[in-house]
Design a protein around this ligand. Structure first.
Ligand code: IPM
Ligand code: MG
Length: 361
């Protein structure tokens, strides 16, 4: 199989973790006789510095011409004071919108050997296996008007939470489809006791559920969901929610795996290339120090192989290799506890590669 992958390392640790994930992809290609062509583009702060905008037109074109996109992370203190159109995050939101990546999948799986890295009790997190399905191209992230204004001498500020029925329906359908190949349970998270968008969301969820009689649908208010996630995360299979709730709940859920450094993600559109990125940010405090945990990015390319290229065995081998490396006690700083010895980014990548060669030989 031959595929072209657009690579957007971005800022901070993005470059380091992406470099590691590419080595993993190259190993898989060699082991299974595939060819992956990597085409590099700029996004985020690095693009602001080089091109004057966070999402240059040629980056958009590069992504649209590719079979899948691998993204590192964007952002950093250097650009924090910039006006909105010159912020790195605007580049990330822009590429999501340009590629129509409405479905963000964030799998949260407890790794048994990392039970001690979590701040939560072992019995709470063991065997957790849930999928957060976050709406990614609508809601308050994109709604207009979005402005500061003065009316009758009163200064005020507006963000807009807006959804079309179609946007709500397609993300809910995606969640039900995923539940069909998992444990057939969907928890739809909203704030229907307050927000009109949430009330409509709930109505549409009930409608869509009729097409999936084998799937159990529950509704949960977002504040309760935040609490239930740490009280009893095992009750969840697929959790589907709007953009901002999903942003917040997925960071919270990452702690069930021990570290945000373990959380992978896939962002999918109706037909174009998918985008794969770790759920963590650019971590400017440790950037350039070869300390970052590359596993979230490596697990993201496993998702790429499965979801975009239908290379199920190859994707699974990467996941198994990560599990094996963790079982053997290898840790980066963010997941080390007690007196475990700490590996650098590169060393962790090497261990994963060694394991992939071992499993696939
Ligand atoms: C994420 C990030 C982004 C988001 C930021 C960087 C704009 O937090 O992917 O979860 O809020 O979507
Ligand atoms: Mg986030």
């Amino acid at each position: 199989m031959e595929k072209t992958i657009a690579v957007l390392p971005g800022d901070g640790i993005g470059k380091e973790v992406v470099a590691g994930a590419i080595k993993v992809l190259e190993t898989v290609a060699a082991q299974y006789g595939h060819q992956f062509n990597f085409e590099y583009g700029r996004i985020g702060g690095v693009a602001i510095d080089e091109d004057g905008v966070p999402l240059p037109a040629d980056t958009i074109q590069l992504c649209k011409n590719s079979d899948a996109v691998l993204l590192g992370a964007v952002g950093g203190p250097k650009w924090d004071q910039n006006p909105p159109h010159l912020r790195p995050e605007t580049g990330l939101l822009g590429i999501r919108k340009e590629l129509g990546l409405f479905a963000n999948l964030r799998p949260v799986q407890a790794f048994p050997s990392l039970a001690d890295a979590s701040t939560l009790k072992k019995e709470v997190i063991e065997n957790v296996d849930l999928m957060i399905v976050r709406e990614l191209t609508g809601g308050i992230y994109f709604g207009t008007p979005r402005e500061r204004k003065v009316e009758n001498g009163v200064k005020m500020v507006v963000d807009t939470l807006v959804y079309t029925n179609e946007e709500i329906e397609r993300i809910l359908r995606k969640a039900f489809e995923l539940a069909m190949v998992r444990n057939k349970k969907v928890t739809s998270v909203d704030k229907a006791n307050v927000l009109e968008t949430s009330r409509v969301w709930r109505e549409i969820a009930n409608e869509v559920a009729k097409d999936f009689p084998d799937v159990q649908l529950d509704h949960m208010l977002v504040d309760n969901a935040a609490m239930q996630l740490i009280r009893n995360p095992k009750q969840f299979d697929v959790m589907v929610t709007e953009n901002m709730f999903g942003d917040i709940l997925s960071d919270e859920a990452s702690m069930l795996t021990g570290s945000l450094g373990m959380l992978s993600s896939a962002s999918l559109s109706a037909d174009g290339p998918g985008l794969y990125e770790p759920a963590h940010g650019s971590a400017p405090d440790i950037a350039g120090q070869n300390k970052a945990n590359p596993l979230a990015t490596i697990l993201s390319v496993a998702m790429m192989l499965k979801y975009s290229f239908n290379l199920l065995e190859e994707g699974t081998v990467i996941e198994q290799a990560v599990n094996e490396v963790l079982n053997k006690g290898y840790r980066t700083a963010d997941i080390a506890s007690g007196n475990e010895s700490v590996l650098s980014t590169d060393q962790m990548v090497e261990q994963v590669i060694k394991e992939i060669k071992e499993i696939s030989k």
